[in-house]
Design a protein around this ligand. Structure first.
Ligand code: CA
Ligand code: CA
Length: 483
């Protein structure tokens, strides 16, 4: 009897140990999709939050089980202040924790809303996770869309959170800015949470006395060590000179290179994403890139690079020229002397002379290409890559062309007196100019051979006219008044 009693005591102690220390989720990444259970989340009062398939007027989880406030089919009541609390997470093994979940909000804009809070003392005190206006990047997104929600976190109130609705306005209720569907909200967690053995979260919904909507739902609540996988590529651009391109999945906010070339002194390191390095000799070097994600977590990749294959390039390979012609750029180059050795050329374009994209492949018999560049940059750079049949390749020097020469055409005087010429300026050469009256009849047309044009008006009756200037793909229309 005495023996059995001791056994029970040990067993009870063991059970208590489990409930205090082992029920916190400690294996990451951890995703709770709520498909097989409520995930041990706890409403502050029975029915204040519910778990299941949501079929409210706006929020509809389409069969995916999740959590929502108050009811699976209707919205929140007046003066709701309700929350639902997660099970505990043990962050002992995490250095830069990250949280993501799918959220759907539908609350009266600016008055009612929801935010997420955390506690490391078992719920004695709570801290709001993040603020409206926090930086947005690959690991921080859709985190609050309102900075002052009147009835959220009462009595503090005016708190950051998610707020807004897609429901049409009724009466004096405010609307707009509802998520209108699931949105992936994600956030780097504060570094102070790393190593904490007991972290809990809660979603809190607060509402005023009038104008209620569906509220909020969340699903796929995920905690993980914040991800960062660096990588890099490189190309030879000159004697012992490589252009490096830093890559990181999902993204990086800081880069740190070591080219393994201490003889190069201070230039052995760089904090650019895409640096160049001139190696002090041929041979092999171990290049390392350390990339840091927005949550502050770093990872390193190293590659051994053989610089011997990177040799001097001709400084003026093929004499590449780029000339602006209207909205197009005409590229021309010389035919290489060893033409039979050439497989093809890549034509590349850049807006910064650093990052080039291939826009065409052309064959060795061709020495001409016409490009229509995007109009968002004042200067465009082009280069050729000559690829030989044996797989070797060379880069040309970049040729540049200034697009800012193509400013919008101007007209003056305007209004113009009948009989006085209209002068168009800043025309692209070979612009097609036509004039229409208010009835849409074409009054004249001409192709301008210069960057200006004078149009006589003695045959124009008084009234409004439209001047249409066409060159390339983007016509410009100007309105003039003849008095
Ligand atoms: Ca689910
Ligand atoms: Ca309200």
């Amino acid at each position: 009897m005495h023996f059995l009693y001791s056994f029970c005591g040990i067993f009870l102690f063991f059970n208590t140990y489990l409930s205090v220390f082992s029920q916190c989720i400690s294996s990451f990444p951890h995703t709770q999709d709520f498909q097989s259970s409520d995930g041990s989340w706890t409403p502050n009062a029975a029915g204040s939050w519910v778990w299941g398939n949501v079929t409210k007027p706006v929020i509809n989880s389409s069969g995916s089980l999740c959590w929502t406030n108050n009811s699976l089919t209707t919205g929140y009541p007046a003066n709701a202040q309700v929350h639902v609390t997660s099970p505990c997470y043990d962050f002992s093994s995490l250095t830069n924790p990250h949280l993501s979940c799918r959220v759907w909000w539908e609350t009266e804009r600016g008055w009612d809303g929801v935010n997420l809070q955390y506690s490391t003392n078992g719920g004695a005190t709570w801290t709001r996770l993040g603020n409206f206006g926090d930086p947005v990047n690959c690991l921080n997104a859709n985190w609050y869309n309102a900075n002052s929600i009147t009835w959220l976190d009462v009595p503090v109130a005016n708190s950051s959170g998610w707020s807004g609705n897609i429901t049409p306005i009724t009466g004096s209720c405010t609307n707009g800015f509802g998520s209108g569907g699931w949105v992936l909200a994600q956030k780097c967690l504060p570094l102070a949470l790393a190593g904490q053995p007991n972290v809990i979260f809660r979603f809190h919904l607060g509402a005023g006395s009038t104008c209620q909507d569906d509220g909020f739902a969340f699903d796929d609540f995920t905690i993980q060590e914040s991800p960062i996988v660096p990588d890099f590529t490189y190309i030879c651009i000159g004697a012992n000179t490589l252009d490096f391109t830093g890559l990181a999945n999902p993204c990086a906010t800081a880069w740190s290179w070591n080219f393994g070339d201490p003889a190069s002194g201070a230039s052995n390191t760089s904090t650019l994403q895409n640096p160049s390095h001139i190696f002090t000799s041929g041979g092999t070097f171990t290049v390392t890139l350390t990339a840091t994600n927005p949550c502050g977590r770093s990872a390193v990749i190293a590659q051994v690079i053989d610089v011997d294959n990177c040799t001097t390039l001709p400084v003026d390979l093929l004499g590449l020229k780029a000339q602006l012609a209207g909205t197009s750029v005409h590229l021309s180059w010389q035919k290489p002397s060893e033409i039979n050795a050439v497989k093809h050329f890549y034509i590349q374009r850049s807006t910064d002379e650093v990052h080039f994209e291939t826009i065409a492949t052309t064959y060795s018999s061709e020495t001409y290409y016409r490009d229509t560049p995007p109009q968002h940059s004042a200067t465009i750079f082009y280069r050729l890559i000559k690829v030989d049949n044996d797989g070797t390749y060379q880069y040309s020097k970049a040729a540049q062309v200034r697009l800012s020469e193509k400013l919008p055409a101007r007209v003056f005087p305007n209004p113009v007196h009948q009989g006085e010429p209209i002068r168009l300026e800043a025309l692209a050469p070979e612009s097609y100019v036509s004039v229409y009256d208010m009835q849409g009849r074409k009054c004249m047309e001409v192709i301008s051979s210069q960057n200006y044009l004078e149009i006589p008006t003695h045959t124009f009756v008084k009234g409004l006219y439209w001047i249409r200037i066409q060159n390339g793909d983007t016509p410009q229309t100007l309105k003039i008044q003849v008095n």
